[in-house]
Structure formats: structure tokens, C-alpha cells
Design a protein around this ligand. Sequence first.
Ligand SMILES: [Zn+2]
Length: 181
Amino acid sequence: MKESNIDPRFYNSETGKPFETCLVCSASLQESGDDYFVERIFRRVPNLGITEAIFEYGMCMPCAEQMRKELSEESRKKVEHYFEQRLSERDPESGEPDMEICLLTGTPIADSIEFSYHVHCRGDRMVHSIFPYAVSEIAMEEISTLLSDETIDQLDDFKGKYFTGPPEYADLLNPKRLIPL
Ligand SMILES: [Zn+2]
């Protein structure tokens, strides 16, 4: 699989560098050279003309797999099915990752008040597969309707445990956005 240097769009906004540690187990992500995922959830504030990351993290592959495993099977299957269906409808273009277009709906990310970036990294490199990709608010909303109450509770717990940002961001962050994609 093709690899390249991690695009600065996927850096930790606090350090201006690639994510150093796993959100869950604090394992080092850079030194090990192991696979990990980065997710950044953004919100646009149109009247201020700014876009800010309201939650972002790196997560090692074992922790990401564990998190998926703990989610209810029903929700997980529905989300997987949604992905498969949407991707089969999209033109599978291979080429440079297009972070301006939602992977799932094909709509411009510029039209989304909320959106997220999802990246697969290995040490200081990023791996190109279906990753990296961007997800629009429309897709996030569609996905959120697939989640069971049990899953929403689990995501709420996850937010409570790992969200350490300012309280005003905590209010903005919908736990349904934390479903691993
Ligand atoms: Zn971990």
C-alpha cells in the first residue's frame, strides 16, 4: 500500500505535530512504528469565518479494535452495511485522497458545518487505502440514526472518559459522532 508523510491537516492541533500517544492506552504512536488511526472532528463557525477541531485523537490499532468489539453488534453491522452500500454507489476513484468531498455522500465538505477526518498512520507515515477520508455532516447524521440506545450510551461514556477539552466544546460534541468509522 502507498504511504506518504503525514499531511499536516492530520496533525494534533495543540502540538502542530503528528499525534504522539494513543488516547486510550497512552502507547507511543511514533516510536513503535505500529499502525494507528487519527480522527479529527471539526466545526465551522461561519459568522466568525473559522473552523476548529472540537475533538481529535490518535488511537492504536488494538484499542480501536477493542472499541469496535465492545459496541453492540447490531449497531456495528448497520454502520458497516451503510458504508458498503454508500461506497458501492460512489465511483471508486483511485488517486489522490480527496478531503474536500465526503467519502460516503460525495457532497462538498465545504457545505458541512460539522465534518471529520479519518486517517490510518504508521509511525510518521500515513497509509493510503480507503483512508484518508472526510465525512460530512449529512453522513454523520445518517449514521447516527443507525445506532442503538445501548451504543449511544457507550459513546456517551467514551466521551465522558476521554474528552478533556474545554466545557464549551464538550457541549458542542455530539457523542454519536464518536462512532468509530
Ligand atoms: Zn491504545
